[in-house]
Write a protein that binds this ligand. Sequence first.
Ligand code: MN
Length: 234
Amino acid sequence: MNLRERIMDYVVDLAPQPAVPVAGTRRSFPVRRLYCVGRNYAEHAREMGHDPRREKPFFFQKAADSIVTDGVFPYPTVSSDVHHEIELVVALKAGGGNIPAAKARDIIYGFAVGLDMTRRDLQAEAKKAGRPWEAGKAFDRAAPISAITPVEQSGYLVKGAITLDVNGERRQSADLADMIWPVADIIAELSQLFLLAPGDLIFTGTPAGVAAVKRGDKLHGEIARLSALDVVVT
Ligand code: MN
């Protein structure tokens, strides 16, 4: 047996490749890593008890296989305070390190509408204890996402409405121009910390209005010119 055969001879089943449909096609975008930006809209930073002026962007990750593309979000275990966070998602077609903001556009494949679902009670406990956020942020099915619209169709998004309705009622509403750190700056900062690569998704932070969901809720997220995101909590 040569080395390649041995490497391919896995001792447990190979996990499926997480992937997001591309709008208007039968093709899909394979997900490598899923990064998230914290506190990127001033009003949301304030509602979480922080001063937005003092913050540099910071990042955390969710598991790539926590994406949800079938619109079903099962209420997760352990938590009794699960919040919605509507966010613009950037999908990368190329990568690298130390990417200047002026070159960031060149590595974008497209954009999508995402929900950074959060077990807020577990996140709050972790913050208080100075512990990692994974239990609050990186749980199974924590990242519902719409189909990805290629940038050739959406244009490069720097402004436009971002909204979330729950059961037909508006809960979050802002403009992408309200981001403290726009997409190009996020890519520049993130690429100093990690080597970016094709298949990476970046959730770019949520505006104000985050709140708890309950079983049966119907979530509808929209961002200008992108495919909408519809999710039901089960
Ligand atoms: Mn978020």
